[in-house]
Design a protein around this ligand. Sequence first.
Ligand code: NAD
Length: 500
Amino acid sequence: MSEHTFADWRALSEGLQPEGRAFIRGRYCEAASGARFATLNPANGLPLALVASCDEQDAELAVGHARAAFRRGDWSALAPAGRKAVLLRLAGLMERHAEELALLDSLDMGKPISNSLNVDLPAAVRCLRWNAEAIDKVYGEVAPTGPDSLGLVTREPLGVVAALVPWNFPLMMACWKIAPALAAGNAVILKPSEKSPLSAIRLAALAREAGLPDGILQVLPGYGHTVGKALALHPEVDALAFTGSTRVGKLLTRYAGESNLKRTFMECGGKSANIVFADAGDLDRVAREAAQAIFYNQGEVCIAGSRLLVENTIKEELVERILHHARAWQPGHPLDPQSPMGAIVDAAQLDGICGHVHKALAQGARLRLGGEPVLTDGGGCYFPPTVFDQVHNGMALAREEVFGPVLAVIGFDGADEAVAIANDSPYGLAAAVWTQNLDLALTTARRLESGQVFVNNYAGGDMTVPFGGVKQSGNGRDKSLHSLAEYSQLKTTWIALSAG
Ligand code: NAD
């Protein structure tokens, strides 16, 4: 926990000179074309840094270095305990530079500094440590063969992994990918979002300081349609680890098929149902957590509880309580430790949120709170907590991901209707069930088409459980040993024994 005030964080941010260059083969460098773009601070619209705009040429260079580094074997063939030691050092360095890394994320994409410092940064560090600690405890198998043979099943790294990540949890999402990929022995090329490249660029230097060999972690900032696409189509990239929108996830899956059939692990969008039954118990607690489920991180959360399904007998009471808690989520400056919400990532995202609100009004949803940008004077992008009720599941607001602080309330009668509404979605990332009836909780959880179901909580979980979706929310899993397993492939070695 930091004791810094708003003024302290402002002063610290003024002293920052963010690095904007790419990191290729252990060195910072400009893009081969020399092109750069400005990354803007969504709190005031002003440029923070000029960033290398990498393209196909840089992808070509970085993939070549990654392949060479992988083949060299000073990482891929290093004993797991050796990789563990380097990654633990990196985790320690991240903690030493926690304030700087947290500031970079808050400045770059607008999340409250209290979240980037106390939630994202520790989660990123924990992910590195967890995977580092796990890698020297993973065994191969000996197959149950007859006496005339020995069948070995071993795990090998995939080779070159491109990690393409979004802007909503820049450092944490990057670490959810690079930690298991590096622990498993791969060479990784990290492509941060063009909206939030700064923490990933800084992380590269820390990884080098921790002892990661050159070429094993490279960072290519730039746009998705240039450098991202080039990596996705590259025949020497063995796997794409992606977190982002379903639209881009579909493109990447196509690029993989058009090129070398590289593995693709997709973590995509969501429209998650937060289901509250009439016997949920303490409705004030449910309301407080339902508000947090949609307003945390400005609603820019893939598992945001954006569809609140409420049993009709308690609907009005719960909505009133949610409105009460929602009012506490007014956005403020991202560097103010008291701000519960910060700024929306950029003007395009803000316009998108406004578009969803206008469509919801046109389709007959009832606006109960918010609905218009706020704090517009200082050039920042801010949107208040917004609640619609009288939404039905056919409306765009119930079907499309807003990725902003906008809640859609939908009434239901009984478990069958709740499950039918929840599952009537192209997405399947998360869902929650609130009830005091254990049988109802568990039978409903079973019926929900969702990668994860929270019972009497929202967004619970830690490194021990996998995180990912079904349907068009994707097919990959972050966290847990299941994620570590994605970054390796099985090899069978069959040995004939003459003494059988
Ligand atoms: P996005 O899909 O626009 O971008 C994600 C990444 O892909 C960025 O690095 C981007 O530059 C890159 N990209 C874009 N077009 C590309 C192309 N043609 N080829 C290669 N790369 C390309 O997503 P975003 O706006 O950064 O993030 C928001 C989305 O991420 C939301 O849909 C959200 O639900 C999703 N998300 C999912 C999870 C999860 O775990 N399932 C977690 C966080 C965010």
